[in-house]
Design a binder for this molecule. Structure first.
Ligand code: FES
Length: 177
């Protein structure tokens, strides 16, 4: 019996000239024949260009750029939680739920945010604006509860701060890169 494979992102992203230059600069940091060492930074750049996530086709493209086997890219992309393997919203809110943040109320903040947005962890709002994710310790244990949105941390979270952040995102005022 033939099994249909669900293809959700058939076409590869078209990299901007800026991204191509950025990737080449990263590769040049490593000795000849060691392009694989540029894998993390390259995945970040390509994920950004691909709308925030990495499809199998996109990971295959990274393998070609770095002249390595696709499996070597899949291994890395599936290990680190900062790489998204499914489509995500415009703003990915990654909540730390490790011990120290939990002790100062991350569970309550997560529940509050889920109820406010009407989605659960791992889901995306129907308007495509927000995705909620849980993360392990993000290295800001003294500032919990906290979340990461793009490159930026939002710390000492309270329900009021979550409200402000969500409204600022909706107004397009929150930087992620
Ligand atoms: S436990 Fe949350 S940042 Fe370390």
């Amino acid at each position: 019996m033939r099994v249909e494979r669900k293809i959700v992102h058939k076409e590869r992203p078209v990299l901007s000239e800026e991204a191509k230059v950025e990737i080449q600069k990263v590769i040049q940091n490593y000795p000849e024949g060691k392009k694989k060492s540029a894998i993390l930074r390259t995945l970040f750049i390509v994920q950004r260009e691909a709308g925030g996530w990495l499809s199998p086709d996109t990971m295959d493209m990274v393998a070609e750029i770095l002249e390595i086997e696709p499996i070597e890219v899949y291994e890395v992309a599936t290990f680190y939680t900062m790489f998204n393997l499914d489509p995500v919203g415009q703003y990915v809110l990654e909540f730390c739920h490790t011990g120290p943040c939990m002790l100062v109320g991350s569970d309550q903040i997560i529940k509050y945010t889920e109820e406010k947005l009407g989605i659960k962890m791992g889901e995306t709002t129907p308007d495509g604006m927000f995705t909620l994710k849980e993360a392990e310790c993000l290295g800001a244990c003294g500032y919990g509860p906290m979340l990461q949105c793009g490159k930026y941390y939002h710390e000492h979270l309270t329900p009021e701060k979550v409200d402000e952040l969500i409204e600022a995102c909706r107004r397009g005022e929150v930087k992620t890169n």
